[in-house]
Design a protein around this ligand. Sequence first.
Ligand SMILES: *Cc1c(COP(=O)(O)O)cnc(C)c1O
Length: 458
Amino acid sequence: MDYVSTRGEAPARRFSQILLEGLAPDGGLYVPGTFPQVKLPELRNKAYPELALAILSRFMDDVPGLEALVRATYTARVFGSGDVTPLRTLEPGLHLLGLSNGPTLAFKDIALQLLGGLFQQKLEAENLSLNILGATSGDTGSAAEYAMRGKPRIQVFMLSPHKRMSAFQRAQMFSLQDANVHNLAVEGTFDDCQDMVKAVNADAAFKARQRIGAVNSINWARVAAQVVYYFKGYFAATQNDSQQVSFAVPSGNFGNIYAGHVARRMGLPVRHLILASNENDVLHEFFRTGRYRVRRPVKETSSPSMDISKASNFERYVFELVGGDGARLRELWRQLERDGEFDLSAFSREVRASGFVSGKSTHADRLETIRKIYSSYNTIIDPHTADGVKVGLEHREPLVPLVCLETALPVKFAATIREALGREPQLPAELAGLEKLPQRFKVIPKDVAMLKRIIEAA
Ligand SMILES: *Cc1c(COP(=O)(O)O)cnc(C)c1O
């Protein structure tokens, strides 16, 4: 399988060559040259690891030992059950796909647990080491740290905004005692953290010398790993391969729902990909009007992992809309840099044909949806999942099963659950006492030179 850059000015690459990289050398994102096609009957009865292997081996066709890695990753020990992503039926035709049973209780574990193994194996084979530098507002950082902890060839430097994560998220990250995990609490906002990461990456000499890598959501391996559970959810919600299913996806950086789009392009009978935005509704506006407008500043909401000003994976989708024309895409992104927006309303037919629909959910909607799902089905959902359920139900159609992606467990966002229900969310038994463990982190000012010194000294 060859991967090509969305900007059309970088050489095609194999999977192993793009694994450790974020952007292509021309500033674009790598996408598969063609989407592999699958035969559903051959996949329907497979257990999660077999299904994952059947799909991932198409995208990661030059990874030695992929089977062993996949089998070691998607286990009941790591994900709580052999199903890995269990489907819970709330009522006939309405389901929750549980994606948050990994170590950090959010869907990002599904891809990052595999990525940890892929990185380690590649670094081992080439006798190299890697410094992973990232910024997090919560879920990405902990998922990355739990995936990379104890890996001898990897150091993780994770910037987070000091005192702005939830108590549970802080405890999850800062209680890690592994020597290769470096938690840096920045006196500033999440945007400040991201600016520091950008500044370090802009220093090409430092970046090369220190072997700075990333695990952000544009990494193709993460997208590929997420494709698997769309198939798993489809098979669990249907009896035969001629049925269509719609998926509701709480969205921020467009990584999760883009994986659903890839599944559809591979032949999965997806009717609608229902995109849910929160108050930061850049993507909903695009699917409603064809206009893509970056927002600054980002609004802080009670579904914080969807708080984005622009959606990094969106470029991959737009590349397809414009027929894979790299020059056209470069022009659009130049316009985005210059004006903060572009208009693709001329492509409304292509957008409709791609199966996307969208909606928006606010804090009040979140609370109401959490209450409604609790009182109707005795199930507590987290605020992000609630955004997806709210918008999903607006687009629900008779006879089309609706699968709502559960992207985090409610215990990660206890304050909003208390506000909605007046009670505490359940804490998984193995995490009792997490918030009382000693915490290990360093508070640093918003100072790029200091950050570089910390990386050099580690
Ligand atoms: C990251 C995240 C999202 C958004 O996913 P994208 O791939 O960025 O669209 C939604 N919900 C939760 C809980 C998350 O952690």
